[in-house]
Every structure is written in structure tokens, then in C-alpha cells.
Design a binder for this molecule. Structure first.
Ligand SMILES: NC(=O)c1ccc[n+]([C@@H]2O[C@H](COP(=O)([O-])OP(=O)(O)OC[C@H]3O[C@@H](n4cnc5c(N)ncnc54)[C@H](OP(=O)(O)O)[C@@H]3O)[C@@H](O)[C@H]2O)c1
Length: 339
């Protein structure tokens, strides 16, 4: 059993913790909280050991009479791999803490580029993460771009990628940053960081990206344009490549998928926990080829898409699994159609 801890029990941390619990080869040793609240109460109800981030927060738990097993330092003694899902500006401070405890660590995309030895998207570069002590699961948008572009590249070759990202303004539970009443260039200077982030995984890819925020909390939407290498490549060739792609689902407007809201509603109807959409979602009817360039819309559930990647990253740094073995286990546990 791989013993896993999660530091930062928010949007990503809670999902990764639940996903770890579903793996037959992993044991969730515990999660951290800064303070006792409904999230720590639910964790305790689920049988998840809760640890305070430090002595001050341990005191807060004790003063509130809330159940707590110790501090992060105690949790670090009980884990093989730590998933850092704390706020992105804390990763640099935590890195030496994990190193001192000799614990392998999975950081998240937002935690800063220089924190880990390798960026990670399972289907693209699982082997690069093998044996590393630190790996960074790239951001939600970067994960989707890597999945879709690598799939089309495998099928018909991609010479160049251009993407315009309409980003959700904030997550559903975050009242500090939204809703906004504006469309916000993010950033106003171009290009955006997503292109260089993709290049950390798909090395050498010619890619330029730009992004803006829109007043929604559910999902990002990418307008993606790919220049194809294969002479005379047709729409059918691009569709075949996408249909064969791991962790990518295809939807159609004529089936009622008129917006990102319908994709979330579909996940809700399918009984996905928290309405999570782990797959990059491509509108089949948007896929169009003109003058050697493929055009498409891709939707990204920012809260969920990196969850399977975190599980595979844990197996990659721990060792003993091939990419195919790990992705098959992860997909089966999360109800993702395996390809
Ligand atoms: N949300 C997304 O769209 C998304 C997508 C992909 C990647 N990411 C990345 O994932 C990471 C986590 O993001 P998130 O969206 O999950 O953030 P989040 O919802 O704000 O969760 C982070 C949690 O960390 C806890 N925390 C605060 N200070 C801490 C500290 N000093 N030490 C340990 N825990 C602390 C907070 O919980 P308590 O105070 O309740 O303990 C908070 O709920 C970031 O690097 C982010 O860039 C986010």
C-alpha cells in the first residue's frame, strides 16, 4: 500500500483525498486543516484522519473540542507520498518541510514552476516522473491542452497550436473573487503563461495562448486551433484521433450540450461525485478543418480534471507501475471510460 497524505484540504485536496480512498493500492494516512470547521467535520465522518497544519492550529482544534490526530509533522512520519494542495503561494515554504521528512511530493500547477523536478500529465510523460522526488501536476487548463493536443498529434501531427481560453472567474465556493460583472483579459499582456506551461510537458511544441476571465464558476472553455502536419488531413481524421484519446470525452450540441452548464448537469445526472468532470470535453460538432487547420471548442472542469493526474503522479514517483497499469487503475476507480 502506498501511504498518502494531503496538505491543503480545499477544492483540489478534498477531491484527491476521496480519489486516494478509492485506490486499492493506496491508504489515505490523513489530511491537514488550518482550522476546525464543516470540512474537518465531514473528513472525520468519512473516517479520514485530520491533522492540524501547525501547533497554533492544533490549539484551535483542541480549544474547539474537535477531533485532531496531531500536526503536519506527525502526518509526515506516516506517509510515503504527500500531495501538496495548499494555496499556491505556500508551496515554496513547504518544500523544505517535505524534503526534511524525506517524503516524495506532488505539487499542483499553481504552486510555481521551479518547485518540482518534472511537470506531469499522465498520458504524455508518465515515465519522466518515475523515480523523481518531486513532481508537479500542471494546471487544469494546461492538463486539458496537453491531453487534446497530444491526441491530435498522435493521429495527424500538430505543427502549431493556438488557443484562446475563456476562464471561469472563480470556483463555486469562493466568495472572495466572484461573481464578477466583467470580461477580464487575464493577463492584458500576451501571450498567457499556458503556452510555456504546456511546453514543460510537450517539449518543443509551437504554441501561443491568450486568456480572459468570464463571469462563471463552472468550467473553462478553450477555442483551440491546430495546424496539422498530415497533408490533406480531414475532419474525420481529427475526430478519430480525439475519439481514441484517453481522458477526453466528446459531446454534441444536437444532444443538448449547448453550454458548459449542460456538461456539469450531465455529470450530475451520471452520479459523478460533486458533479466532477475528469475528462477534457470536446464538442464533436465544433471540430472543423479548413486549410490544414483544425478548429474546436474544449471545456475544462477546473475543479476535477487534475484529480486522475494526481493519482497517477503518486504511482509514478512511488514506482512499480507502468503508465498503462496506473491509468487503467485510476480510470476504473473514478468511472472514466478507459482508452
Ligand atoms: N481550483 C482550481 O481551479 C485549481 C485547478 C488546478 C490546480 N489548482 C491548484 O491547486 C492548489 C490548491 O488550490 P485549491 O483551488 O484547491 O485551493 P483552495 O480551495 O483555496 O484550497 C486550499 C486549502 O488549503 C488550506 N490552507 C490554507 N492555508 C494553508 C496552509 N498554510 N497550509 C496548509 N493548508 C492551508 C485551506 O483550507 P483550511 O483553511 O480550511 O484548512 C484551503 O481550503 C493551488 O496550487 C491551485 O493553483 C487549483
Amino acid at each position: 500500500m502506498i501511504r498518502v497524505g494531503v496538505n491543503g484540504y480545499g477544492t483540489i485536496g478534498r477531491r484527491v483525498a476521496d480519489a486516494v480512498k478509492k485506490q486499492g493500492d493506496m491508504e489515505l494516512a490523513g489530511v491537514t486543516k488550518t482550522k476546525p470547521d464543516y470540512k474537518s467535520m465531514v473528513a472525520e465522518k468519512k473516517g479520514i484522519p485530520v491533522y492540524a497544519v501547525d501547533m497554533k492550529s492544533l490549539e484551535a482544534f483542541r480549544a474547539a473540542g474537535a477531533s485532531v490526530r496531531g500536526t503536519l509533522n506527525d502526518l509526515l512520519q506516516r506517509v510515503d507520498v504527500m500531495v501538496d494542495a495548499a494555496p499556491e503561494d505556500t508551496g515554496a515554504a513547504y518544500k523544505p518541510v517535505y524534503q526534511q521528512a524525506s517524503v516524495k511530493t506532488i505539487f499542483q500547477g499553481g504552486a510555481g514552476d521551479m518547485l518540482a523536478e518534472a511537470s506531469f500529465v499522465a498520458q504524455c510523460n508518465f515515465d519522466e516522473a518515475k523515480g523523481k522526488r518531486t513532481v508537479q501536476v500542471v494546471s487544469c487548463n494546461t492538463t486539458a491542452l496537453c491531453r487534446v493536443i497530444s491526441a491530435v498529434d498522435k493521429g495527424v501531427g500538430v505543427a502549431r497550436a493556438r488557443a484562446v481560453l475563456a476562464r471561469r472567474a472563480t470556483d463555486p465556493d469562493d466568495v472572495k473573487r466572484g461573481p464578477i460583472d466583467a470580461v477580464v483579459p487575464d493577463p492584458t499582456t500576451l501571450p498567457s503563461h499556458h503556452g510555456p506551461d504546456v511546453q514543460q510537458v510537450l517539449k518543443g511544441l509551437n504554441i501561443v495562448t491568450m486568456a480572459f476571465k468570464v463571469p462563471t464558476t463552472h468550467m473553462h472553455l478553450h477555442s483551440l486551433i491546430l495546424s496539422l502536419k498530415k497533408q490533406g488531413a480531414r475532419r474525420e481524421d481529427v475526430l478519430a484521433a480525439l475519439e481514441a484519446a484517453p481522458r477526453t470525452q466528446m459531446v454534441d450540441g444536437k444532444s443538448g450540450f449547448k453550454s458548459t452548464a449542460a456538461i456539469i448537469d450531465f455529470a450530475r445526472d451520471m452520479g459523478r461525485p460533486r458533479n466532477d468532470v475528469y475528462e477534457a470535453t470536446v464538442w464533436r460538432d465544433s471540430v472543423t478543418v479548413v486549410d490544414g487547420e483544425a478548429y474546436m471548442f474544449v471545456a475544462v472542469d477546473q475543479e476535477a480534471i487534475v484529480v486522475p493526474e494526481n493519482i497517477d503522479a503518486i504511482r509514478a514517483v512511488h514506482g512499480g507501475y507502468t503508465k498503462e497499469q496506473s491509468m487503467a487503475l485510476t480510470d476504473a476507480s473514478l468511472g472514466i471510460a478507459h482508452r
